[in-house]
Design a protein around this ligand. Structure first.
Ligand code: ADP
Ligand code: MG
Length: 345
């Protein structure tokens, strides 16, 4: 048996298997990069459910010409440098893998321009065609910021292509992904276009009132109308957001959003705590809707658990669990009493 080292392309494609499951996974990674770059406006153009084209345009910090190729390389990141940095992650990305992975399974162009005094200076494109990882650099006229274009996703990985669903299904996943990122970043404006038509526009919110309206337009107005606002803090743990009143329940896990330090997560500890708060208040089989933001010291939450970064680990899981269970339960309390009262009558 001969042992051979994998080619960089194959190594990247294997890594891509973990993070790039479908078009919406590409969207998630690219949106997170735009957020990390400090963008104020993010535009998303999708064709054919993202299988033909995913283009993300942001007005963030941009990448300079001499860094473009490195940005596409595996394990290359501007976000962390030392082992100690892993103790407290303050950005959505940090693994330095997304662009390398995505470019290994698509035809990717990364174009960028950094802010400069010279109005005439051009931006630059790095073109990677997913075959041999060779990168070509060309000038491109564009405003400050970054444009990532991902064409023909999975064109060279037929195994993955087979798992793509109908255009509509992939589009729905993309819209849901954008909603999550938009809920996490209220001060950023988002536009989503599908096959040339604007399908979702989410303006930035600067006041509490605008933030509320935004929640209504992203989640649903019916949720917002009945939801109870929550804002609690104990020591360095803070929880705020909206939870559905016990009279309003649903049978699916739709409209359940939890953010930990600005990152959308699906976490067992948090879900369990919320479920516990609603215990005995909802009929069997019914579940609540919520948009909750948990903020705590970055050192107390490990986001380096899974490549997709959907999961987190808390160093003081019990404390976080009980804090959330109590905070949500207290928020439901007055409703709770009126419910009881109506039952007694
Ligand atoms: P990570 O986000 O984990 O650092 P990525 O592969 O997603 O890894 O991106 C690599 C690097 O490319 C980032 O660290 C960042 O410096 C740069 N980059 C990627 N996207 C953008 C963007 N939209 N704007 C500015 N810089 C970007
Ligand atoms: Mg990234």
């Amino acid at each position: 048996m001969l042992i051979k080292k994998l080619s960089p392309l194959l190594a990247n494609q294997i890594a891509a298997g973990e993070v790039v499951e479908r078009p919406s996974s590409v969207v998630k990674e690219l949106l997170e990069n735009a957020v990390d770059a400090g963008a104020k406006r993010i535009q998303l153009d999708i064709e054919r459910g993202g299988t033909r084209l995913i283009r993300i345009t942001d007005d963030g910090s941009g990448i300079s010409r001499d860094q473009l190729e490195l940005a596409l390389a595996r394990h290359a990141t501007s976000k962390i440098e030392h082992t100690d940095d892993l103790k407290a992650i303050h950005t959505l990305g940090f693994r330095g893998e997304a662009l390398a992975s995505i470019s290994s399974v698509s035809k990717l162009t990364l174009s960028s321009k950094v802010a400069s005094d010279d109005e005439q200076s051009s931006g630059w494109s790095a073109i990677a065609q997913g075959r041999d990882m060779a990168v070509e650099i060309q000038p491109r006229a564009m405003p400050t910021g970054t444009i990532v274009e991902v064409k023909d996703l999975f064109f060279n990985t037929p195994a993955r292509q087979k798992f793509l669903r109908a255009e509509r299904t992939e589009y729905v996943h993309i819209e849901e992904t954008m909603k999550r990122v938009a809920l996490a970043s209220p001060s950023i404006a988002f536009t989503l276009k599908h096959n040339g038509k604007v399908t979702k526009r989410i303006p930035a919110a600067s006041s509490q009132e605008q933030q509320k309206q935004r929640i209504g337009s992203i989640v649903s107005n019916s949720f917002l109308q009945q939801a109870l606002a929550l804002d609690t803090r104990i020591d360095n743990l803070k929880l705020w957001g909206w939870v559905s009143s016990p009279q309003h329940h649903q049978n699916s896990n739709l409209s359940q959003y939890v953010f930990v330090n600005g990152r959308a997560v699906r976490d067992k500890t948090l879900n369990h705590a919320i479920r516990q708060a609603y215990q005995d208040l909802l009929p069997t089989g019914r579940v609540p809707a919520y948009v909750l933001y948990l903020e705590l010291d970055a050192e107390k939450v490990d986001v380096n658990v899974h490549p997709t970064k959907h999961e987190v680990r808390f160093s003081e899981a019990r404390q976080v669990h009980d804090f959330i269970a109590r905070a949500v339960a207290e928020c439901l309390q007055p409703q709770n009493e009126t419910l009881l009262a109506s039952e007694l009558n």
